[in-house]
Design a protein around this ligand. Structure first.
Ligand code: ACM
Length: 515
């Protein structure tokens, strides 16, 4: 009996002989939030609007039934899904687990004449890693709340539970702060390529917008992780506060990037619209900069219910190494004293005195180069953990080998779906095992990406490979946790993704199922 296709691969999945028929008289009963989530995915996939009831006592229909229950006591975010004749029972250890069981069921539906079939299955499932993230860069191009919500839905359907928002960069500052209103008043209007005349480019989130994103994410069991990148990637800060920013540090590489990609060279006090990196720095010797940092993270901490505040720390090529070390240590302390867990890109591991709770985010390659693994290991030596975002595997903005012209290729690109899949988290950094890994995160930088259609095209299907690295058992632990199995399972999701309006790249590496 072929196993049903589920992505990310569950911890355990068995086929049984008894299929379930879903039709117009099927009723969903049980936990109301999960029932609403299931009714929504069934409606999108099948066009059927199923009835829902709150409890088993109220069920008196003659059709088949899907029951959604909480059964606390098992692992966080885990669920069990049992398909029997006439009934499907999903039990979640908590609301998130039940939600994930619902997402799995959404993938199991296939058409059978007028009706829909769920193959006979018993699934026991729980995540490998507690942090499963996607990152969206809303600085290089601004993306409105509606796009962020759509990306949250897409990510949550693959059992991701963190949305890292890269809120600031050289090209713009994208979140309003009452303590520093000049940032959005003076530094949010443009983006890569200009943007003044392009409504999809410049912009920022009001505090109400940010709250709306945080609440929407929470309703899908997703935690928002805001990033304000510093001391580099801060040219936009200088538009609002010239005294806090150093003059751009130009290099041959920056001149070459401007020659190839346009956008001109960065000029102090003027919006930057190119895609070069590493030329900007906050003025780390001025105490006013630390007042700024305290205001920014203090206000963000109050706006953000999740435990993490990300302070960047990458590619600070315009900051002297000893100044960088002092700066990131002080910033990590400021965040820790706010009661939050600091997160930083791996470069911050060069600082010996960084707050010991700081999580490091590794963005080197699957096979580390240039000592990037040393910087990453420093966070673990400090008693903390790592988030893995290997750029040559799961930077979702890399070009595909064939197909859309969208995307960049600097991270050893183009990046095939197979390359996005065939890496093992515990094998990236020598000496690091699962207990040192908080989780896996797939970033999507948006230098070339203007809208949701572009996000969909670059993210799907490679985001599914990242989901499997984050959720599923280690590679090679079964013949299902292999590229050969994954490509078949992803191919089976094409009709579901289409019904959800996801404009995925129909990569020729995947045997897409047509309906
Ligand atoms: C990065 O790609 N600079 C984190």
């Amino acid at each position: 009996m072929p196993l049903p296709a589920v992505v990310p691969l569950p911890a355990s999945i068995e086929a049984t002989g008894t299929a379930f028929t879903l039709g117009a008289t099927t009723v969903i009963e049980g936990e109301p939030d999960a029932a609403a989530a299931l009714a929504a995915v069934v409606r999108a996939r099948t066009g059927l609007s199923l009835g829902t009831t709150d409890g088993p006592g109220e069920y008196s229909g003659s059709g088949t039934r899907i029951s959604l229950r909480l059964a606390p006591g098992r692992a966080a975010e885990s669920y069990r899904l049992v398909v029997a004749d006439g009934e499907i029972l999903i039990t979640g250890a908590d609301a998130a687990g039940l939600f994930y069981g619902v997402q799995t069921l959404g993938q199991l539906l296939s058409p059978a004449g007028e009706d829909w079939i769920v193959p006979g299955t018993v699934i026991e499932d729980a995540p490998r890693f507690s942090y499963r993230g996607v990152m969206l860069d809303v600085a290089r191009h601004f993306h409105p709340v509606s796009t962020v919500k759509a990306y949250i839905d897409r990510a949550a359907s693959l059992k991701f539970n963190a949305l890292h928002l890269h809120l600031t960069d050289d090209q713009g500052w994208r979140v309003h702060l009452d303590s520093r209103p000049e940032l959005t008043a003076l530094a949010s209007g443009t983006a890569v390529g200009g943007g003044a005349a392009d409504q999809h480019s410049g912009g920022f989130y009001s505090k109400a917008d940010y709250r709306e994103i945080v609440e929407y994410a929470a309703s899908r069991h997703v935690t928002v992780v805001p990033e304000v990148d510093m001391p580099g990637h801060t040219h936009a800060v200088g538009l609002a506060y010239p005294n806090l920013a150093e003059a751009p540090a130009l290099s041959d590489e920056i001149r070459e990037t401007a020659r190839v990609h346009g956008g001109g060279l960065p000029v102090a006090g003027s919006p930057y619209q190119g895609i070069a990196v590493g030329f900007s720095s906050l003025n780390v010797h001025d105490e006013a900069t630390y007042d700024f940092v305290a205001d920014v993270f203090g206000e963000l901490a109050a706006m953000t219910p999740g435990p993490y505040l990300h302070f960047g720390g990458d590619e600070a090529l315009g900051t002297a190494p000893e100044d960088f070390a002092t700066f990131v240590s002080r910033v990590s302390d400021i965040i820790a004293h706010l009661g939050k867990i600091p997160v930083a890109w791996h470069e911050a591991g060069a600082a010996r005195d960084i707050a010991d709770t700081t999580i490091g985010q590794y963005w080197g390659y699957v096979s580390p180069t240039d000592g990037m693994d040393d910087r990453a290991r420093a966070f673990v030596a400090n008693g903390s953990q790592l988030i893995l975002s290997p750029a040559d595997a799961i930077y979702l903005d890399m070009k595909y080998p064939a197909g859309p012209s969208l995307g960049l290729d600097w991270a050893n690109g183009p990046t095939s779906v197979e390359r996005a899949y065939t890496w093992e988290p515990s094998a990236v950094i020598a000496g690091i095992d699962d207990t040192d890994i908080l989780g896996v995160e797939a970033p999507l930088w948006t230098e070339t990406v203007h809208d949701l259609a572009g996000i969909d095209l670059l993210a799907f299907p490679r985001i599914a490979a990242a989901a499997e690295a984050a959720w599923s058992p280690p590679t090679g632990t079964s013949e299902l946790r292999t590229w050969a199995s994954f490509r078949e399972r992803v191919g089976a999701l094409g009709p579901l993704w289409s019904s959800l309006g996801i404009g995925f790249h129909p990569s020729d590496e995947i045997p897409w199922v047509a309906e």
